[in-house]
Design a protein around this ligand. Structure first.
Ligand code: G6P
Length: 610
């Protein structure tokens, strides 16, 4: 995720900004920049690539004379990584500079409006509209101008703003993107994350949404958007530096699990407009091209492939187009039956997985249209696809994916609805129902995390010494079982397998004996009774059963040893909810076994070799 740091005070600002940005590097970034006011003039230095590139260019900051500045590490969302797309962004006159974390959802409309007025844009970013709006709405006062600009923005943002005409001030504000204020005797800071300023101060303000901050060297004032003063309590940070990088969490994995509601929200909300229509910005497929599609392949590796398995159920149900989920490493070597009438959906968090990239090339060579779902902007898979839809999950650092998986899943749901609508294969009511359930997913995921965190810690203690685990489910529950089983085995090293529950009797049941752990996913309403029978079968052979089902299926308590209830939603969307307790289960079991959770043995985050 992008990082922000800002400073105004007695010290030289540029070295402090570089130091702060280095502390934010763990979040992942592809470019960096700083803006300062030097001798009364706004100066911006920014560069694509490693922070060292920028740092060398300005001699670690020593080449700049300034006591006020803002800095940014960018992790590309709108527009590829490049010098031009790096922050800070400047207004046309050059007097305003802005750094931004988050996504401006209405930037397309704002940009068109500004272009109509003759404004020229230098970047592909959503952020640049903010710089031009500041210029457009400038009334001589920085604070009131920023308040007016905020009135035009939709989406999420943390902003740091500099203006040449106010050389001793920084204005900052946040909404749904984190931003804190750091207070010290030698000056004051803003930062998107505590590590950026922890070596200078432990005194901070946590900002609420839409609190406007006026930062000066000798004081910080906070206002509402109506410019009424806000009184805030200074808080003392007690974290050590290592903990601070993980936002106070013990591991990136748990931090990323907890970030899922935000990641889902960021992925969903720009894709659903006020009229309840799905807007897929990255799709250029025409209605005619969609009509010509006879087959869909979803191709990926690892957890991304598991998303594809869910996708098969969702796409076939909604679009009625035959759909296959395939492992990239298999697909690429088996002369797949792919031609111009095939849509190939490639899924990849990193956009660099070697087999997935090779499968993409294979599909293209055979004439397929390639639509990719990718998390890293400007990655090879994104570059080589015909159409790209980005999951706005932010950088994922833990090897075991969580928030990337969840956002890929919801992206596939949106694609399925989009195609079904264009082909006239879904009624208005069905569409409305599914979309309204999709919009509720972030809140429901948040509720599950809150209600199950402690419970799963306890269950993990109970299960930590098991040697084998079996995950069962039918239809979409089976697809989730695949991911739940992988989550457990990859980080806890417990042997674990997933089976379609109906396949039990064809072999696997011979492995069930006294105290084998069976996790039964029974979220699928239509098939609840069938899965319940499978639970009875394994119970009769001595298994210990943990069941996951919806709140109304209390009958399961008579059969299962432990039950995790999740909220009801549409059957096709159940995976988005069911997977969350399974991620927590894997995490807490691995924690109880003392495993290296973020970097499990023998595994890599991005598998760029075959
Ligand atoms: C590795 C990661 C998985 C990921 C898979 C595919 O195995 O540990 O979490 O699902 O690669 O990676 P991709 O970047 O293509 O999604």
């Amino acid at each position: 995720m992008c990082g922000i740091v800002g400073y105004v005070g007695d010290k030289q600002s540029a070295p402090l900004l570089i130091e702060g940005l280095e502390k934010l590097a763990y979040r992942g970034y592809d470019s960096a920049g700083v803006a300062v006011i030097e001798n009364g003039k706004l100066r911006i230095d920014k560069a694509k690539g490693h922070l060292e590139v920028l740092s060398e260019r300005i001699d670690g900051g020593a080449a700049i004379q300034s006591n006020v500045g803002i800095g940014h590490t960018r992790w590309a969302t709108h527009g590829r990584p490049s010098d031009e797309n790096s922050h800070p962004h400047r207004s046309g006159s050059g007097r305003f500079a802005v750094v931004h974390n988050g996504i401006i959802e209405n930037y397309v409309q704002l940009k068109a409006e500004l272009i109509d007025k003759g404004v020229e844009f230098c970047s592909e970013t959503d952020t640049e509209v903010i710089a031009h709006l500041l210029e457009e709405l400038y009334d001589g006062e920085l604070l009131s101008t920023v308040a007016k600009v905020i009135g035009r923005l939709q989406g999420s943002y943390a902003l740091g703003i500099l203006c040449e005409e106010h050389p001793d001030e920084i204005v900052a504000i946040r909404s749904s993107s984190p931003l804190i204020v750091g207070l010290s005797d030698a000056g004051n800071f803003i930062a998107s994350d505590i590590p950026a300023i922890l070596s200078h101060t432990r005194k901070i303000y946590h900002l609420e949404n839409d609190e406007l901050v006026l930062l000066k060297g000798d004081g910080v004032s906070i206002y509402t958007l109506e410019l009424e003063p806000v009184l805030k309590k200074v808080e003392e940070v007690t974290w050590d530096v290592a903990a601070a990088e993980k936002g106070g969490y013990a591991h990136f994995m748990i931090k990323e699990i907890i970030e899922q509601p935000r990641a889902l929200q960021d992925t969903i909300s720009p894709r659903v407009d006020d009229n309840g229509e799905i807007v897929l910005d990255g799709i250029t497929l025409t209605a005619q091209q969609l009509k010509n599609i006879k087959k869909i392949y979803i191709v990926a590796c690892g957890s991304a492939y598991h998303v594809g398995v869910v996708g098969k159920y969702v796409l076939e149900k909604l679009t009625r187009i035959p759909t296959e989920a395939d492992l990239a490493s298999e697909f690429r070597y088996r002369s797949p039956l792919v031609d111009e009438s095939t849509l190939c959906i490639i899924i990849s968090q990193s956009g660099e997985t070697a087999d997935t990239l090779a499968a993409l090339r294979e599909a293209k060579e055979r004439g397929a249209r390639v639509l990719s779902i990718v998390n890293v902007v400007g990655s090879s898979i994104a570059n080589e696809s015909d159409d790209v839809l980005y999951t706005w999950a932010g950088p994922e650092i833990a090897v075991a994916t969580t928030k990337a998986y969840s956002t890929q899943l919801v992206m596939l749901d949106l694609i399925a609805l989009y195609i079904a609508k264009r082909l006239g294969r879904i009624t208005k009511e069905e569409m409305r129902g599914l979309l309204s359930s999709i919009i509720k997913l972030p809140g429901r995921v948040e509720a599950i995390i809150e209600s199950y965190d402690d419970r799963l810690r306890e269950l993990a203690e109970k299960f930590k010494d098991y040697e084998h685990a079996y995950f069962l489910g039918r239809n979409v529950d089976y697809a989730v079982a695949l991911e739940a089983s992988l989550k457990l085995k990859e980080i806890s090293y417990i042997h674990s397998e997933a089976y379609a529950a109906g396949e039990l009797k064809h072999g696997t049941i011979s492995l069930i004996e006294e105290n084998t752990l069976v996790v039964a996913l029974a979220g699928c309403h239509r098939l609840f009774a069938k899965t319940l029978s499978n639970i009875k079968e394994v119970k009769a052979r001595g298994a210990y059963v943990l069941a996951v089902t919806t709140e109304d299926n209390t009958a399961i308590e008579q059969e299962a040893d432990d039950v995790l209830y999740i909220p009801c939603t549409k059957e096709l969307l159940m995976p988005s909810l069911e997977v969350v307790p399974m991620q927590l289960l894997g995490y807490y079991i691995a924690l109880a076994r003392g495993c290296d959770i973020d970097k499990p043995r023998n595994l890599a985050k991005s598998v760029t070799v075959e």
